[in-house]
Design a protein around this ligand. Structure first.
Ligand code: FAD
Ligand code: SF4
Length: 325
């Protein structure tokens, strides 16, 4: 048993004060990822700061015509919120493609952004992993890596970001509002998550002593032409092998504006602005989309999956599916 302290935050300022005062502390919201990681001995916080009762549970219209989503809005409430269903159905589809109903009821919007990779070796403390133990190596590069990243990888880490919701938020160009000891700041979604580089232990550019308070969606929701396609080993309760958030606006028969983001293929939701720009003025047909897919994956590189299987991850379900293959 590894002891830790537990404290409830009274408000956002108190949450920031508490996390700034203890370098080993962590926020807990729905707990659906952090508690698993603690049970597996991957995370060892000295103190859990419970933020689940902070009043960050509203979905509100912004003066600019967008929506402000509180960091503690549960994933299921967000997916079924009428304004999200009507104006941002791409986001609703992506959320509903993730996890299970029970998990979505517990999982928070902020926690979804901060969930950690599902690389099996990250969860297995008997194996080297630069993300869990910097400098120890990466067991996945020569190991079982069929669910790992193929874009933006480094020699230190080839882990993929597991979130579905974040793929839609990337395509929609959301903004992340955070508060820390120096006050509030806004991070563009594209700058929130990081590529692994030589510091894979850092998933995001959020400061250790900052809290996510809200996600803000711009007015443009691409509600007329959108899709979230998730390819996975089973139809539910499985992480993406690859997912695509795609949205189009038309000028007559040609594409006026395109948004494309990929999940499951990189350390962060993968958006390529050059490829999106190349779609402007093109006809929406199979030839255009094939060319676009080739362009999006021009730098893709797999590590070459080994045949051996690592220890099952907590929950075991995805591992079972891999083993059956
Ligand atoms: C079996 C299983 C299957 C799943 N399948 C999918 C899937 O298919 N697709 C998918 O997208 N997700 C999936 N998930 C992941 C799930 O969506 C996340 O666990 C969940 O979104 C995390 O939210 P939470 O509130 O429970 O976070 P917590 O576990 O409470 O916290 C996660 C991390 O975020 C930090 N944190 C939380 N809130 C804040 C905040 N406001 N500010 C700063 N830091 C914060 C915590 O300190 C912690 O480090 C699955 C999870 C499980 C267990
Ligand atoms: S891919 Fe990243 S998370 Fe997985 S073992 Fe390698 S360093 Fe660790």
């Amino acid at each position: 048993m590894i002891n830790f302290q537990y404290a409830r935050a009274a408000d956002v300022a108190d949450a920031v004060r508490q996390i700034a005062a203890d370098t080993g502390a962590k926020f807990v919201a729905g707990g659906t990822n952090l508690i698993d990681l603690m049970k597996e001995d991957v995370e060892r916080p000295t103190r859990l700061i419970d933020i689940s009762r902070l009043p960050l549970t509203k979905v509100e219209e912004t003066a600019e015509g967008g929506l402000r989503i509180g960091a503690l809005v549960p994933n299921s409430d967000l997916a079924y919120h009428s304004l999200i269903e009507q104006r941002y159905p791409l986001l609703a589809s992506a959320i509903l493609a993730g996890a299970s109903q029970q998990l979505r009821n517990m999982a928070s919007t902020g926690g979804n952004l901060l969930q950690r990779t599902r690389c099996h070796y990250f969860y297995d403390t008997a194996t080297p992993c630069n993300k869990r133990a910097p400098g120890s190596g990466c067991a996945a590069i020569a190991g079982h890596n069929r669910m790992h990243a193929i874009l933006g990888t480094s020699e230190a880490c080839i882990a993929a970001h597991p979130s579905d919701m974040c793929v839609a938020l990337a395509a929609l160009a959301a903004k992340v509002h955070v508060t820390g000891p120096a006050g509030e700041r806004i991070i563009a979604f594209a700058d929130f998550h990081r590529l692994p580089g030589d510091a894979p232990q850092r998933d995001t550019n959020l400061g250790r002593d900052e809290i996510v308070t809200a996600i803000v969606l711009p007015p443009r929701g691409f509600a007329a032409n959108y899709t979230y396609l998730k390819i996975r080993d089973r139809l539910s309760y499985a992480f993406a092998l690859v997912s695509v958030a795609a949205a189009l606006e038309f000028d007559g028969a040609t594409i006026k504006e395109a948004r494309l983001a990929l999940g499951g293929v990189a350390h962060k939701p993968w958006r390529d602005l050059g490829v999106e720009a190349s779609l402007r003025g093109q006809a929406a047909n199979e030839a255009t989309f094939r060319r676009t897919a080739d362009l999006l994956l021009r730098d893709a590189r797999g590590a070459g999956a080994a045949r051996r299987h690592p220890r099952p991850e907590p929950g075991g379900a995805r591992h079972a599916a891999i083993a059956i293959r």
